[in-house]
Design a protein around this ligand. Sequence first.
Ligand code: S3P
Length: 425
Amino acid sequence: MNGAVELPGDKSISHRYAMLAALADGTSELRHFSAAADCHSTLNCMKALGAKVKVDKDTVRVAGSGPHGLSSSWRALDAGNSGTTMRLLAGILAGQSFSSKLTGDDSLQKRPMKRVIAPLREMGADIRGRDDNFAPLEIRGTKLKAIDYQMPMASAQVKSSVLLAGLFADGITSVSEPTRTRDHTEIALEEFGANIEKNGKTIRVRGLGAENGSGKLTAKSLDVPGDLSSAVFFLAAASLFPDSNVLIHNVGLNPTRTAILDVLAEMGASIQMLGLKSSQGEIIGDLAVKGASLKGGVIGGERIPLVIDELPMLAALGPYTEEGIEIRDAAELRVKESDRIAALAENLRRMGAKVEERPDGLKVAGRHAGKLHGAEIDPRGDHRIAMAFAVAGLAADGNTVIRNADCASVSFSTFFAELNRLAER
Ligand code: S3P
């Protein structure tokens, strides 16, 4: 693997900028906005809610009319495959003066929404879902009251949903997380001018219309950093081949996202961070990666929420490591875009790996269990499974075929072209 790669804009940050820009007064310019289908689901929802959205390559201009400028959509808002769109938007819609219906694709309609329904209800929201847990969600907007919410789970989406609802509440809403999760919502809220405070694992946001609230959000001109969760596929691919030399430009290196770099480094990967700079509250830099012999190891506990999206790639590296890779405490993987534990176990076995599947993780045997062979992979419509197995397939004996591989465009539409460009044969 040799060469330089530019990544799509960070998916998590793109969602948040799009939503906050639609609630701000004036036109925001969002550069290097993610081309991911998920982020375009968010843009389409904000458009359906009355924001003016113009897309010019990867620059997106969003004209908002202030926090009360959204209007009801005559058709259901479609979050597509995107849990972030649905859960964060539910927080915003709960505080509007109109009703909305939020839906998504088959996968999203199977993912748990009770985790946002419950705290939003505590704030006074009127939300209904199928079996009180699944989309489509019907949200009758109302005046919200501020709450102090102790999150029962480590989820950036739940935290963000409550904080965004907090913008429309009558006082100060606080959210305490059991362990740290990505903090892009907090950073973006501050950038757009909300009144927000962090203290350890507790975050407080003041309602825009509350006493001493800022009253409004201000349109911004912002650059979205490259998506580290997408970079990980190239970090992994480059690590697998001894003479690799890959440079990844402009990657978001927010410390709540970089735990995967520590994990890979502990496993023996050769990754260097270069040219770090701070940009609009986020940290950006380049990553240089070389081939290395990976040791493997066990990962679990408080680290899991910080590497949750990188676990498919990590698990698929297992058979190429000395000791194998064991993932614990990651039951959340079962309620992602697919049941990622089952999808990983099944497809790794198809390639000849030795895998033990557990309720909250899996144990993948290392090199001693034999080399992987090419196989037909069923990514179950899950972008990260498709990309992880493309990388595993590169280093396997023989050809690997990934069915319905275009699901990768949920987060990275040019992934296969980029991988092919860097692979020297
Ligand atoms: C995300 C949070 C994580 C992550 C998802 C994006 C976000 O989900 O898996 O891909 O942008 O807030 P959870 O909050 O469900 O852990």
